[in-house]
Ligand binder design. Structure first.
Ligand SMILES: [Zn+2]
Length: 310
């Protein structure tokens, strides 16, 4: 609305002025010197209608703007050389891409660690009140005659280890020891106790003619730094138990090893096969060098509850 009347009014005024001072205007109006180049170009065709464009042109910020732009752009080529000087600074930047190109080779080495997302369990810290599932697990242990004590939470954010509700497992049942006593999460402790009572004990009686007195453990909760795989061991969550030997009521000791006596081997094989299921990971002699002298059992959470047994 305002735009229309103003130009019209201006046109009217200038027309009036042009009529009154027709000779003077064209000379005095030629306006800013900045516009000379353009006004020179436009001036020729604009001569006749002169009054209209010029009043509009003069106040317009456009032309000074475009002029300054043109001047700047015409000036810039000079500053640009300095802009080319930054280019050398870009070269160091270009030197970085190669460095970035250097990184990929590093990444493959670190890739396994970085690509594996941090174990969500690493963030587990004890709640103010122990969760019901933990309480229920402890009630089951007691009902099985398992002796245990509460331990304070294990948490190492740097490594990623975490066991919010560990227990010290002193026995696996009323007449079944675990030596030395060890620290596990309650679920693993319960699985070990059930496995000892339901699998190892019957196997010992069936294969070896004696009852199981004690399970010799080699490792339970251990906060280990990340290995080459970048994945934390289940031991870091108190979720794994390494069994190195079984002691019978008659004093015999069956060691886990690569070449056990035949009779022991049958017992050990029975135990090992039966472990796959109750435990989600079962490793032992023959799996790899790290497990030649013990059975590694854990409750690693896997998709679809799958197992990994070697
Ligand atoms: Zn292990």
């Amino acid at each position: 609305m305002a735009g229309l009347p103003l130009p019209l009014a201006a046109a009217m005024l200038f027309t009036g002025a042009a009529l009154a001072q027709a000779p003077e205007l064209p000379e005095s109006v030629p306006v800013p010197e900045l516009n000379r180049s353009q006004s020179a170009q436009k001036a020729a065709p604009a001569d006749v209608p002169v009054p209209e464009p010029r009043p509009a042109d003069a106040p317009k910020p456009d032309q000074p703007a475009t002029d300054t732009l043109n001047q700047q752009t015409s000036d810039q080529p000079r500053p640009e050389p300095p802009a080319i000087a930054p280019t050398p600074s870009e070269k160091p930047a270009e030197a970085e891409p190669p460095a970035a190109a250097m990184k990929p080779p590093e990444k493959p080495a670190q890739a396994p660690e970085k690509e594996i997302p941090p174990d969500p369990r690493s963030a587990s810290v004890p709640q103010e009140k122990m969760p019901e599932e933990e309480l229920a697990c402890r009630r089951r242990l007691k009902s099985m005659g398992v002796d245990f004590e509460e331990r304070k939470a294990e948490h190492d954010a740097a490594v990623g280890c975490s066991t919010p509700y560990p227990i010290a497992l002193k026995t696996l049942g009323k007449s079944l020891d675990i030596t030395p006593e060890t620290e596990l999460n309650c679920q693993m402790a319960e699985a070990a106790a059930r496995f000892a009572a339901n699998i190892i004990q019957p196997a010992a009686k069936a294969e070896l003619g004696a009852s199981l007195k004690s399970v010799g453990q080699a490792s339970a909760f251990v906060c280990r730094p990340r290995h080459g795989t970048g994945k934390l061991s289940e031991h870091a969550f108190g979720n794994a138990l390494d069994i190195a030997s079984f002691t019978l009521s008659d004093g015999r000791k069956i060691d886990v090893g690569p070449a056990p006596p035949e009779k022991d081997a049958k017992f050990l094989n029975t135990v090992r096969k039966a472990a796959c299921g109750p435990f989600k990971t079962v490793l032992g002699p023959g799996s790899d060098a790290d497990h030649s002298l013990h059975l590694h059992l854990d409750l690693a959470p896997r998709r679809n509850g799958g197992t990994f047994c070697q």
